[in-house]
Design a binder for this molecule. Structure first.
Ligand code: GA4
Length: 326
């Protein structure tokens, strides 16, 4: 007997509550640094407003990406088959260890060389429009990530404001960028179920900056383990604390578990910048953030050690586990 199992998990609609009191921080206000610190400690997730990035910069890249996602599946499959590694266009398969989701995506390194390569891979005849929209967007969100990290350093009373942000200011930083497209699945409403768009995980990097269109779907897990839905806001950016920042702050900041459920009605598009150090750089708890007698919770690692280990894991695994001190 052949049993057919849909590889993409269905979860019954539990209607998690809407997270209406998500920390929302106005970057133009003088108290933003202490609010940022509080949100990174308590939630590991927050929203920033008054960030200075024009809506047109976001809309321009989103609409270029949508032109690619709107191509016939066969054409996109050819782009997928031709990619030399995990970067470029991907559909449903996330990472290399059996994770799948109801998502198609474009994944690249957040540097000019990779932006240009991927633009040529995807838009053979006319790569320039996507290339310039992606360059402009990525340099804007990178600057925003630096601003937020510098405010955080300030809020933690660290003299060297660039202590976190300098990790991805160097040429060789390993920062990534991805655009996720979650197509609508109208059939789901009838069965009162949700499809996993992107399964639960934490981000390995220092910090992620996420922007989505006006479709919800993103959920985060609070400290007590409950899942809450994040209301969409296409004019703001969401900041996600990653594993590396949790390590540098010796567990004071929380690398937050998050996931995306596919919507039954509208397509969701999100664009995420993942700020990461160069492969040779070392990540370890910062002694200047540790109180007297405070024990270091993690063994230090180079970024290449961490990513080599991360790519062998499943999405939902606790990637920091092997670097925890007993
Ligand atoms: C999660 C965060 C980023 O999207 C990503 C993902 C990466 C991938 O898609 O290749 C990983 C995942 C992410 C962590 C564990 C491994 C690697 C898929 C996967 C199962 C690009 C990243 O850096 O780590």
């Amino acid at each position: 007997m052949v049993v057919l199992v849909d590889p993409i998990s269905l979860i019954r609609n539990q209607k998690p509550s809407l997270y209406s009191d998500i920390p929302s921080i106005d970057l133009s206000k003088p108290n933003s640094k202490s609010l940022l610190v509080k949100a990174c400690e308590e939630v590991g997730f927050l929203k920033v407003t008054n960030h200075g990035i024009p809506l047109e910069v976001m809309d321009r890249l989103e609409s270029e990406a949508m032109k690619f996602f709107a191509l016939p599946q066969l054409e996109k499959e050819q782009a997928e088959a031709a990619r030399p590694n995990r970067f470029g266009y991907g559909n449903k398969i996330i990472g290399g260890n059996g994770d799948v989701g109801c998502v198609e995506y474009i994944l690249l390194h957040a540097n000019q060389k990779s932006i240009s390569q991927i633009s040529h891979q995807l838009f053979k005849e006319k790569p320039d429009v996507f290339c310039s929209a992606a360059s402009e967007y990525i340099s804007s969100v990178k600057k925003l990530a630096c601003d937020v990290l510098e405010l955080l350093a300030d809020g933690l009373n660290i003299q060297q404001r660039t202590i976190f942000s300098n990790h991805f200011m160097g040429e060789e930083n390993d920062s990534l960028f991805r655009i996720n497209h979650y197509p609508p699945c109208p059939e789901l409403q009838a069965v009162d179920c949700n499809l996993i768009g992107f399964g639960e995980h934490t981000d390995p990097q220092i910090i992620s900056v996420l922007r989505s269109n006006n479709t919800s779907g993103l959920q985060i897990s609070l400290k007590d383990g409950t899942w809450v839905s994040v209301p969409s806001d296409q004019t703001s950016f969401f900041i996600i604390v990653g594993d590396a920042l949790q390590v540098m702050t010796n567990g004071r900041f929380r690398s937050v578990k998050h996931r995306v459920l596919a919507s039954s009605a509208k397509p969701r598009v999100s664009m995420i910048y993942f700020g990461a150090p160069a492969l040779r750089e070392r990540i370890a708890p910062l002694p200047l953030l540790m109180a007297e007698g405070e024990k270091s919770l993690y063994k230090g690692f180079t970024w290449s050690e961490y990513m080599e280990s991360a790519v062998k894991t499943r999405l939902a695994d606790n990637r920091l586990g092997v670097f925890e001190k007993n």
